[in-house]
Design a protein around this ligand. Structure first.
Ligand code: ADP
Ligand code: MG
Length: 335
């Protein structure tokens, strides 16, 4: 079981970094200031392309049956579920997969706002179920990426009709599978916070889950609880996304490292998203981060997470020791 007592929480004095097969050397080059390009120039150029570069440039291979129904959940509110749904969803669409994002956060619907599609939602699932419109009329196609569609359950501030539950969502998924233009590759469900009826409804049709958490005790406790509920619902494929990570705070031992989080939750790591003011800016503009040019750090992290989701891959958080003290001149001679 988890130990969430802050006094027993393993505090690391070390900074985390992560290894991933998709680490793009070009990207690293742009993000990390390099000291001495002249020194690099002296290095003989290797004609063998690095494996990581090839990985990044190829199209990811879709693993598993389609549609893959993925619920984005967390337990705690405000940790980044909707941000993850929008950015991972659009990244998947950019990789060429057809995606339907369902906003199942009925009371506090805001996925449409993040995507900048709020003015185009004329019909919702409630109208489809009432027979007032067809399913394709409720699907809002993104103009930027036409293989991305948004589906809202109900109008904002509307109460869900009595009896709307998991069965209705299962019907919806089946209807999407059976539609004329073919089944989507991914159905991504933005789950409401909490663990009550809305949560149960949202996870019912899913066979995979992405658990979003921030590196703090309250979010972790909720995430642990949600993991148990997901598993008891038969969802075994659960990966976590650690959001709003600040390396400066980890260094100062004011924030748990990603490795600490992983040790506590014991889940495979889909992605690590840094705290980035661009996220808030893009939320307010209704323009998802992953569409930003030039890409931001958080945007790239979302893109890589989407890639891992496609390939059912995960990344590894490892400890990086504090900067080693500079060795003296005599160290060359074993000093
Ligand atoms: P949830 O859907 O879990 O309630 P949201 O995705 O709506 O959470 O995010 C809550 C708030 O946190 C939003 O204002 C969003 O802009 C902000 N946020 C999310 N992720 C980050 C991040 N990596 N850096 C900075 N702000 C973030
Ligand atoms: Mg939300």
């Amino acid at each position: 079981m988890l130990s969430l007592n802050p006094s027993t929480t393993p505090k690391s004095s070390a900074l985390f970094y992560f290894t991933t097969p998709f680490t793009n050397p070009l990207y690293l080059k742009t993000q990390i200031p390099r000291k001495a390009p002249t020194k690099l120039a002296h290095k003989p150029f290797s004609t063998t392309a690095p494996h990581a570069l090839l990985q990044y440039n190829r199209k990811p291979q879709l693993a598993g049956e389609t549609p893959r129904v993925v619920v984005i959940t967390s337990g705690k509110g405000g940790v980044g579920k909707t941000t993850t749904t929008a950015n991972v969803g659009l990244s998947l669409a950019r990789l060429g997969f057809s995606v339907v994002a369902i906003d199942a956060d009925v009371g506090l619907r805001n996925l449409d706002l993040l995507l900048g599609l709020e003015n185009r939602v004329n019909y919702t699932v409630v109208e489809v179920l009432n027979g007032d419109c067809r399913l394709d009329q409720a699907l809002v196609r993104d103009k930027r990426w036409s293989n991305f569609e948004l589906l809202c359950i109900s109008k904002p501030r509307y109460k869900l009709p009595l009896g709307f539950g998991g069965k209705a969502l299962v019907w919806l998924v089946d209807a999407l599978k059976a539609r004329q233009e073919g089944s989507p590759d991914f159905i991504i469900i933005d789950c409401p916070a909490g663990i009550d009826a809305g949560f149960i409804t949202a996870i019912t049709p899913a066979n995979e889950a992405v658990l979003v958490t921030t590196p703090d005790i309250t979010s972790l406790r909720d995430a642990d609880r949600v993991t148990g509920l997901l598993e008891s619902d038969g969802i075994r494929d659960i990966k976590m996304m650690v959001n709003r990570v600040r390396t400066d705070m980890i260094k100062g031992e004011d924030m748990m490292s990603v490795l600490d989080v992983q040790e506590m939750l014991g889940l495979a790591l889909l992605g690590v998203i840094p705290e980035d003011s661009e996220v808030i800016r893009s939320t307010n503009r209704g323009y998802p981060l992953v569409l930003n040019k030039p890409p931001t750090l958080a945007g790239l992290a979302f893109e890589q997470a989407a890639w891992r989701l496609v390939e059912r891959d995960s990344m590894t958080a490892v400890m990086m020791e504090e900067e080693t003290k500079k060795r003296g001149f005599f160290s060359f001679f074993g000093g």
